[in-house]
Design a protein around this ligand. Structure first.
Ligand code: FUB
Ligand code: ZN
Length: 606
């Protein structure tokens, strides 16, 4: 099967439109907002390893990873336009790390400050997870600025890890409690050409599930951390979603690089298990707060959906790597579903507030259920985004992801360029130049101009698209329209009428309900005080459309049947067909909760 490699994000420059607007907000608002929250909560100070009992902001075991992801996001931003202020913060931070790194190369601010003698004794305390994020940050920062001090430091640390975990086997455990270092080591291997980093990544993957190594968390069985069996024997997506998906992404990396068909087949099985049974319509994953985990097939509750923002991003990581194992548009279809819905919902339109969990149904009245308690006895996701969390893994993840989102738009095999996503902009890859002019996803009209040495252009036809026109001859294969000798202008038009979606009948939560989609965007209804969206019925699939500048997308208005409590309704009455009609405005799911606490619903009665 033809394999394709994704582009380097700097090869694509967005033109005006959906993603350029979001990258501008990411650069001018999100980077600073996350930095200020991390500075104010002590995450940067912690790296000086000077905290003492009685001081504020006691260091936390994964704060290093929060800073590392912020550095990585800033690196991607800086790759486009240098920024002395941001670079000074990074350079000062790197100096702190260098100053406090132990002679052996170990660096973890939590352990060095609080438990220097307990290095690598507690599998769940995120040491290798934090190193993984420092590796990714170091590579990004060196490629963006040429400054390789952090890269040299992490290489020294990785060499220490290799000595402790592979040569001496002197650590208190065999594999990471939270996967991340595996995909980072693969990046380090690609960056340096050092095969031993590929081998170290493979070692952590292959050793998993072969040792009885606990996580010092008796309340969680090994399956929660995908340590219940060797990875090659795993056939279902289980446990903590972010851990699982970071690991699956690394497995796909290794399978592709080493042409390991067996490992590749395991990845396909796991990917299909997720996208055919455990993924929300928004591309979110994670059905249960307890363990932040996958549960069982078709278990997709809406109001207590966990669907962590990091998990949405991690699913895109996995899908992109799968698209490089096997050319099939289903992978870019999943990436598009997450991009425009379950990832983007993680950040407010103004770029400074975030969701960690992304529910598909909210109702302020639900929150009042436990007014008399300080702590709600059962889980209710927050219904408004916040500026920072106690556990703040998601905000810097959004920052680094949006800052380098271009890498998901094109990929190249030896003679073909794959157009995986759509946005105005110009790609320069060697002597190949491809420009898209489009207002996608506002409409489905896309004008390509192609120049340079290129045998074929393969344009993904989205799974949601039922009819399209291309003004050039093409052949459909694996969900792509292949155009030979594509040089010159190509005009493509996707029909983009709104349509209703139903779930598999096994998703009992959505029985008798439909969701609304237009192009790649999943919509939700936001209630007004006193509306009861959950009791309304969609009775037609025709909606009025208008473009909303603030949201940056089309908004749909529909007429729904409803029952109005005219005061004489009582609590119950004999059934009578609804006679009232309510006009409901449907906005993109990603834009919900930007106008104060209101009822929100994705799945409507029909
Ligand atoms: O444990 C590190 C990160 O914190 C996980 O990836 C997230 O789910 C959150 O628990
Ligand atoms: Zn997170």
């Amino acid at each position: 099967m033809q394999k394709a490699q994704h582009i380097t994000f700097t090869e694509l420059s967005f033109g005006d439109g959906f993603w350029k607007k979001r990258q501008e907000i990411n650069r001018t608002v999100t980077a600073g907002a996350v930095y200020e929250r991390f500075r104010d909560t002590g995450r940067f100070d912690a790296l000086a390893c000077k905290w003492k009992e009685g001081m504020p902001n006691k260091p936390h075991e994964y704060w290093d990873s929060d800073v590392a992801k912020w550095i990585e996001g800033v690196a991607y931003i800086t790759a486009r336009s240098r920024n002395a202020e941001l670079e000074k913060i990074v350079d000062d931070t790197v100096r702190e790390i260098e100053k406090n790194m132990l002679p052996c190369g170990y660096f973890n601010s939590y352990y060095i400050t609080l438990f220097p003698q307990d290095r690598f004794t507690n599998r769940n305390n995120h040491e290798l997870y934090c190193l993984g994020h420092f590796i990714e940050a170091a590579i990004a920062y060196k490629n963006a600025t040429g400054k390789d001090k952090l890269l040299q430091l992490v290489i020294k640390y990785v060499d220490y890890v290799e000595r402790v975990f592979v040569k001496e086997k002197s650590a208190g455990f065999f594999t990471p409690g939270h996967q991340e270092i595996e995909l980072a080591l693969f990046k380090l291997y690609k960056e340096t050409g050092e095969v031993r980093y590929l081998k170290l990544a493979s070692c952590f993957l292959e050793e998993r599930g072969r040792h009885s190594e606990s996580l010092n968390l008796p309340e969680f069985p090994d399956i929660e951390f995908q340590s219940h069996k060797p990875v090659r024997e795993q056939t279902e997506a289980v446990g903590h979603c972010v851990r699982a998906l970071y690991m699956y992404a690394a497995m796909a990396d290794v399978a592709g690089e080493t042409e390991d068909a067996e490992l590749g087949s395991v990845c396909k099985t796991l990917f299909d298990d997720i996208v055919t049974k455990k993924m929300y319509i928004t591309g979110g994953v994670g059905s249960d707060r307890y363990g932040e985990r996958f549960t069982h097939a078709y278990d997709l509750p809406n109001d207590v959906a966990y669907t962590e923002t990091c998990a949405a991003i991690a699913l895109i990581y996995f899908a992109r790597r799968m698209s490089e194992l096997e050319t099939d548009s289903k992978y870019a279809d999943v990436i598009e579903r997450v991009l425009y819905n379950g990832m983007l919902s993680g950040v407010s339109l103004d770029g400074k507030r975030f969701f960690y969990t992304n529910p598909l149904e909210t109702d302020p009245r639900l929150l009042s259920r436990y007014d008399i308690y300080d702590e709600a006895p059962t889980y209710q996701p927050i219904q408004q985004r916040v500026e920072v969390f106690e556990c703040s893994c998601c905000p810097p993840n959004i920052l680094r992801f949006i800052a380098s989102v271009e890498e998901y738009f094109y990929s190249f095999s030896d003679d073909t360029c794959f157009v995986n996503q759509f946005a105005s902009g110009t790609l320069t890859h060697g002597d190949v130049k491809i420009t898209q002019n489009t207002e996608y996803p506002r409409n489905g009209e896309i004008k390509f101009s192609v120049s340079g040495e290129l045998e074929k252009l393969a344009i993904r036809i989205p799974g949601w698209c039922e009819s399209f026109v291309i003004d050039r001859p093409y052949v459909m294969k694996n969900g792509y329209a292949y155009i030979e000798k594509p040089q010159g202008e190509i005009n493509l038009s996707f029909e983009m009428e709104p349509f209703l979606v139903q779930s598999n009948p096994n998703v009992t939560e959505n029985g008798g309900r439909v969701a609304l989609q237009r192009g790649p965007i999943v919509y939700c209804g936001e209630g007004l005080p006193g509306t009861n969206l959950r009791s309304m019925r969609i009775v037609s699939d025709s909606f009025d459309e208008r473009y909303d500048e603030k949201i940056g997308a089309v908004v749909l208005t529909g007429k729904l049947e409803c029952d109005k409590d005219d005061g004489a309704f009582g609590l119950y009455r004999k059934y009578a067909a609804p006679k009232d009609i309510a006009e409901v405005e449907f906005i993109p799911y990603y834009a919900f909760a930007n106008n104060g606490e209101r009822e929100m619903l994705v799945w409507f009665n029909v």
